[in-house]
Each structure stands twice: as structure tokens, then as C-alpha cells.
Design a protein around this ligand. Structure first.
Ligand code: RP5
Length: 171
């Protein structure tokens, strides 16, 4: 949990999901966005999950990130309870490397959206960036930090190309 009042609530269907959802927390820390994380299963602890969402709303959480595997309905039930943005991260471990979780998360009925990202680590990292982009609509400092992060990515690609150096040519 980060120190100040959380702006992002990270929910995961199982403690075992923290290995990947930690990526979200790490990127939020890099962007100086406060967060809090909880284990909250859609199927095994529905009432507690909904109570966590309501409490988070009262306390000012602005974006929800929900990661789950298999029959991944966590993001969907959270979206059913709130009109704040819900970002879904399908996790691998089930059928076809997480295809089950992807479809369970993305196939929401019209009117109850879940912004569904890639399966696994890339999705978990992008959940932080997308949450930050939403928050940055009203936060110029955060927008500047996002632009810095993009510039750092571009520098890293250029550095990787340079490191490839002579191996990158038959000459
Ligand atoms: C989902 O089922 C969880 O999100 C997890 O990814 C998957 C397996 O749960 P555990 O057996 O690890 O508790 O609800």
C-alpha cells in the first residue's frame, strides 16, 4: 500500500495473482500515483468485494484495476457496482494461456464497460499507465510524468539498438 490516500484500487481474485498485479503497483509507484491492493474474489467473496468498492468510492478512489484468471468476473462485478473507470487485466493460468480470462473480462454487455488490457504482465503494467492517463486528465504534474516515462522508453529503445551494434549487420 502506498502512503497517501489511494487514487487507484487494485483488486485481485486470488493472493496468487499478486505476482503479476505487483507490476501495476510498481508502475504506479514510478508515476507517483497512490494505490491500495486487496484480494477480493468475485465468486468466493462477492459481498466483501462490493463492500470494498463502496468503501473505496467513499474514500476517493478514482480508478479500479481488477486482475483475475479463469472465469474472470471480478472486473465485471466491480463495473456493475461503480460508474468510475474499471480496468480489467486477464491473467494466464487457465485455458490457452488465459484466453478464458480474456473473454470473461472483455465480453461485457453494452452499458457496463470494462477497459480490458492484454493478458498477463503487459496488461498489468498497462493498467497502471491507463489509470494514470485517466487521472492525468485533471493533473498536469502526472501528465508531465507520463510524458517523461514515454521519453525514457524511447531512449531505452535507442540504447538497445546501439547495444545491438555490430551484431545487427552481416557486414
Ligand atoms: C481466479 O482463479 C483468480 O483470479 C486466480 O487467477 C484463479 C485461480 O485462483 P486460485 O486457485 O489461485 O485461488 O479467481
Amino acid at each position: 500500500m502506498s502512503a497517501s490516500q489511494p487514487r487507484v484500487l487494485i483488486l485481485m481474485g486470488s493472493a496468487n495473482d499478486w505476482e503479476l498485479l505487483r507490476e501495476t503497483a510498481t508502475e504506479l509507484d514510478r508515476l507517483a500515483v497512490s494505490w491500495e491492493a486487496h484480494v477480493a474474489s468475485a465468486h468466493r467473496s462477492l459481498d466483501r468485494t462490493l463492500a470494498l468498492v463502496e468503501k473505496a468510492e467513499r474514500e476517493g478512489v478514482q480508478v479500479f484495476v481488477c486482475g483475475a484468471g479463469m472465469a474472470a468476473h471480478l472486473a465485471g462485478v466491480v463495473a456493475a457496482r461503480t460508474v468510475r473507470p474499471v480496468i480489467g487485466v486477464p491473467l494466464p493460468g487457465g485455458v490457452n494461456g488465459g484466453l478464458d480470462a480474456l473473454l470473461s473480462t472483455v465480453q461485457m454487455p453494452g452499458g457496463v464497460p470494462v477497459a480490458t488490457l492484454a493478458v498477463g504482465k503487459a496488461g498489468a503494467r498497462n493498467a497502471a499507465f491507463l489509470a494514470a492517463e485517466i487521472l492525468a486528465l485533471g493533473d498536469e504534474g502526472l501528465r508531465a510524468r507520463l510524458l517523461d516515462a514515454r521519453a525514457a522508453q524511447a531512449r531505452a529503445v535507442a540504447a538497445a539498438d546501439e547495444a545491438l551494434g555490430r551484431e545487427g549487420s552481416s557486414a
